[in-house]
Design a protein. Structure first.
Length: 95
């Protein structure tokens, strides 16, 4: 389960799974156990904006902090993503 970073953002790890690289670039935010229960999922556009697919247990404030972080770091994050997937950024279609 590749993490974008080893540190947490707003209390959550940002990662993706080897099973989900068939979709366009996205970011899961989950607790220290990296469990599916309660996770949030953000699809990332080529300008760094995100589309929230699932908020999980995250508060509006946590979501905002993570979206801001992704906006500021999406190019670097894409380099990690592209090592595992040939799929590009979100364009309104999840594939």
């Amino acid at each position: 389960m590749p993490k974008y970073y080893e540190f947490k953002v707003a209390g959550y790890y940002l990662y993706f799974t080897s099973f989900c690289v068939i979709e366009c670039m996205h970011v899961h935010a989950s607790d220290r156990k990296l469990t599916e229960a309660g996770l949030a999922k953000f699809f990332v556009k080529e300008n760094g904006e995100t589309v929230l697919q699932n908020r999980g247990i995250l508060t509006d404030r946590e979501i905002s902090k993570i979206q801001d972080f992704i906006q500021d770091n999406y190019k670097e994050m894409y380099l990690v993503w592209s090592k595992y997937s040939e799929n590009k950024f979100y364009n309104g279609n999840k594939e």
